[in-house]
Design a protein around this ligand. Structure first.
Ligand code: AMP
Length: 290
């Protein structure tokens, strides 16, 4: 496995792989890799001959400076993780390599799909995501690219970007990988205190609670969200969660395809939430069809 830091070297290696008729997979990440990333790498290994994992903490997609500065980074550990999974190349460019002028003038922005969920509470986030993913697609020219459905809005937006702008890449979504208690794996989980980690189980429990109401026949979204908030309030008042701050960023139910808010649950939909446990923002979602 090689670790490549420059765009030129990365492009040359891809040309060689393609001249040797190898299919190329890209797994874009921000590093601090865990089994969620690992499951995407395994999917990539099964589907393509040459697997590239990019590790780049993209400043363009952070709208809070301290979040960018505190984002966990551990290239050495990540390299070992990738090597064990049979990755061919880690592409780990510096910020200067990706944005030599300090920023980029040409950006990819998205209409409508970023109006709700994380797009509403993190303005500019998805422009940053699309722009860097667009750059990575042009640098790596992958046949296939792998994204986790844990970041469901990101996944749907990238799928749409690829369709609308005719990128020659097949986008594949991987299922959310969870810890035993149900918490979705995330690089940010390392920021949680022991108590905060225990409390975090509330996040998937909230989604499961709403889903159970839907399965029982309650389809009115306003009612469902009210009941979800009640559940959250009751849980956060319980003694075992004392001393940990639980702040809801959003709780929404949207249509799977266009990510617009639903009034009544129907067809394929997403229940999604973002919750700050102490200062750590955790996101999660469930996809379901009625
Ligand atoms: P990140 O490093 O957080 O930007 O994530 C890189 C990729 O891994 C994204 O496509 C994420 O959706 C995906 N990912 C992160 N956590 C998980 C998880 N728990 N299960 C599946 N995919 C994940």
């Amino acid at each position: 496995m090689q670790i490549i830091n420059t765009i030129l070297n990365m492009k040359n290696l891809v040309v060689t792989a393609q001249q040797n008729n190898k299919s190329v997979a890209l797994v874009p990440t921000m590093g601090s890799l865990h089994s969620g990333h690992g499951s995407l790498i395994e999917l990539a290994k099964k589907s393509c001959d040459f697997v590239i994992v990019s590790i780049f903490v993209n400043p363009l997609q952070f709208n809070v400076e301290s979040d960018l500065l505190n984002y966990p980074r551990n290239l050495e550990k990540d390299a070992l993780f990738c090597q064990n999974l049979g990755v061919d190349i880690i592409f780990a460019p510096s910020v200067i390599e990706m944005y030599p002028n300090g920023n980029i003038n040409a950006i990819i922005s998205i209409n409508n799909l970023d109006k709700n969920l994380c797009g509403r509470t993190r303005p500019g986030h998805f422009t940053g995501v699309c722009s860097v993913v667009g750059k990575l697609f042009n640098i790596v020219s992958p046949n296939m690219a792998f994204f986790g459905k844990k970041d469901i809005q990101q996944f749907r937006i990238i799928e749409t970007m690829v369709d609308d702008l005719n990128f020659s890449v097949k986008v594949i979504g991987g299922e959310t990988i969870r810890d035993e208690d149900g918490l979705a794996l995330s690089s940010r989980n390392v920021h949680l205190s022991r108590k905060g980690r225990e409390v975090s189980v509330l996040v998937p429990q909230l989604l499961e609670h709403i889903l159970s109401l839907i399965k029982a026949g309650l389809y009115d979204v306003k009612d469902l969200l009210e009941k979800g908030l009640d559940f959250l309030k009751k849980s956060s008042c319980s003694a075992e969660f004392e001393g940990i701050s639980i702040k809801l960023d959003y709780l929404e139910i949207v249509d799977y395809k266009n990510l617009q808010l639903l009034e009544k649950v129907s067809g394929k939909f997403i229940i999604a939430t973002a919750i700050f446990i102490d200062n750590t923002r955790l996101i999660d979602n469930l996809i379901y069809q009625v």
